[in-house]
Design a protein around this ligand. Structure first.
Ligand SMILES: Nc1ncnc2c1ncn2[C@@H]1O[C@H](COP(=O)(O)OP(=O)(O)O)[C@@H](O)[C@H]1O
Ligand SMILES: N[C@@H](CC(=O)OP(=O)(O)O)C(=O)O
Length: 455
């Protein structure tokens, strides 16, 4: 059995629905399907998930939501009508969407989760109706009935292990199984979503639970490229990469695949194949376990991510002071703040935070407490911080990679604020100003990949 996940752009309109049905029916192994909500049809077109988020906000602010509700219904209508299922599917879709404001939710975060999850929920329902209409035996895999069970974190849920037991009975199914991506049901019966882009996570969970031979992730690009195509046009494709290379690159900005979507597939040893919905005949990128992997070059990919802040602390003899880091971590724990990285030297320590987890109030609280408890000689916040991740299994074999990375940057006067060579030896992380990040990525990419030069 193969699990196919289709992203929002692959489900944006009726033509794309026809295309994905061709893909599903072209291979008898493709029986499990995971769908996102309808995505952008053209540049500037809102994703249904974003329309649903606006709908939720208008309801919370007790403002008129009729216009956005009509837009959401119209997106489903525009798919259902040409595919001949408007009469069959639209009454349920309209009813679900219209009744959302009358439902009661534990708190605002659960309301937002339930509204946004309906993008996937109704799209999976719609695809099921279309497949049934075309005479294909199909089950709509409603997460509530199937038992896709997630933690009590409404917008950032994690899968609970019982889900895999609940999926097991469907392994032998010969029907098409259509799952909505992006959300599950908490033990208390509330809807909770994964973080944005989280339908990739559902695909991986389903691939694990159904013991799939492969997890095919269909999107709108031919492959995972060695660099974000928004930074370099027509970059080199990656043919094969390892799970851990992908994990590091998706964490640092390769938005094509959610960084939390690797774990379930890894746990079950399911290879992932990222493919283009519009060119399914192309091989795409295979993401595989480390064993038996032979790197094609030193570096597999270069990613960058903005939106970080760094707290720099200097204290003479920091290395000799027992408990300094412990006290610091205790302060972060007290204010419920996670950190991303913590490189340190003999007298210095830098902690890098993702701005999404750091409110202005929390920042003020930590600053005061660090000053009061740790008495640093110097404390400085570095704003507009970006990280750049250079990743490659091949880097383990060469002691000179760091020199090759740093050289083009120093030649172009790019100030590197931090260098962190991961314990895994397959990645090197740099910290720069946000303003320099894109240029740095371009220079590193050009050095390692341009003119088909694989170093
Ligand atoms: N290294 C990369 N390789 C391929 N695509 C990338 C990369 N980095 C960012 N992207 C972007 O990811 C997009 C696909 O992800 P996404 O929009 O989430 O697709 P989907 O709607 O199919 O889930 C591509 O269109 C591309 O712009
Ligand atoms: N629709 C959700 C989940 C998702 O994964 O979407 P997509 O596959 O279009 O990235 C979102 O927009 O976040």
């Amino acid at each position: 059995m193969k699990v196919c996940k289709f992203g929002g752009t692959s489900l944006a309109d009726a033509d794309h629905f026809n295309q994905i049905i061709k893909i599903i029916t072209a291979d008898p192994e493709r029986t499990a399907v995971v769908v996102s909500a309808p995505g952008c049809r053209f540049s500037g077109d809102p994703k249904v998930t974003d329309l649903l988020a606006t709908y939720a906000q208008l309801v919370l602010q007790q403002q008129d939501y009729q216009q956005v509700l009509a837009k959401i219904i119209a997106r489903y209508q525009a798919i259902a009508q040409p595919l001949g299922v408007a009469e069959l599917a639209m009454p349920f879709i309209k009813q679900c969407l219209t009744q959302l404001p009358q439902k009661t939710f534990k708190n605002q975060a659960y309301l937002i989760a339930a509204f946004t999850a309906h993008g996937e929920y109704l799209n999976a329902y719609l695809l099921s109706q279309i497949l049934i209409h075309q005479g294909l035996p199909t089950k709509f895999m409603d997460p509530r009935q199937v038992g896709i069970t997630v933690s009590n974190d409404p917008g950032d849920a994690h899968i609970l292990p019982e889900t895999y037991k609940h999926l097991a009975p469907y392994r032998e199914s010969s029907d098409y199984l259509v799952f909505p991506g992006f959300f599950g049901i908490t033990p208390n019966g509330e809807i909770a979503t994964f973080s944005r882009g989280g339908s990739d996570i559902t695909g991986s969970i389903v691939a694990n639970g159904l013991h799939a031979s492969v997890y095919e992730n269909f999107t709108d690009v031919n492959a995972i490229y060695a660099v974000d195509p928004h930074i370099i046009s027509h970059p080199q494709s990656i043919k094969v990469m390892t799970y851990r290379e992908m994990r590091e690159l998706s964490y640092a900005g390769f938005s094509v695949f959610h960084d939390e979507a690797l774990l379930p597939a890894i746990a079950a040893g399911v290879p992932i194949n990222v493919k283009n919905t519009n060119h399914p005949e192309r091989p795409g990128t295979m993401i595989v376990p480390e064993k038996n992997f032979h790197p094609a070059g030193l570096v597999t990919g270069v990613a960058s991510s903005k939106g970080f802040s760094a707290l720099y602390l200097h204290r003479y003899l920091l290395n000799k002071e027992v408990g300094f880091t412990l006290k610091l971590l205790h302060i972060l724990y007290k204010y419920d703040i996670s950190y991303e990285h913590m490189p340190s030297g003999i007298d210095d320590l830098t902690i890098i935070f993702d701005n999404q987890h750091l409110t202005t109030t929390k920042r003020t609280q930590i600053t005061k407490e660090v000053q009061a408890l740790l008495h640093p000689d110097q404390l400085q916040w570095i704003n507009n911080y970006a990280i750049i991740m250079i990743v490659g299994e091949g880097m383990q074999l060469s002691p000179t990679t760091i020199e090759k990375i740093v050289h083009p940057l120093t030649e172009h006067d790019i100030n590197i604020q931090m260098i962190n060579q991961g314990a895994s030896k397959i990645s090197i992380m740099l910290g720069t100003n946000e303003a320099d990040a894109e240029q740095a990525v371009k220079l590193i990419y050009q050095y390692f990949f341009d003119n088909n030069r694989i170093v």
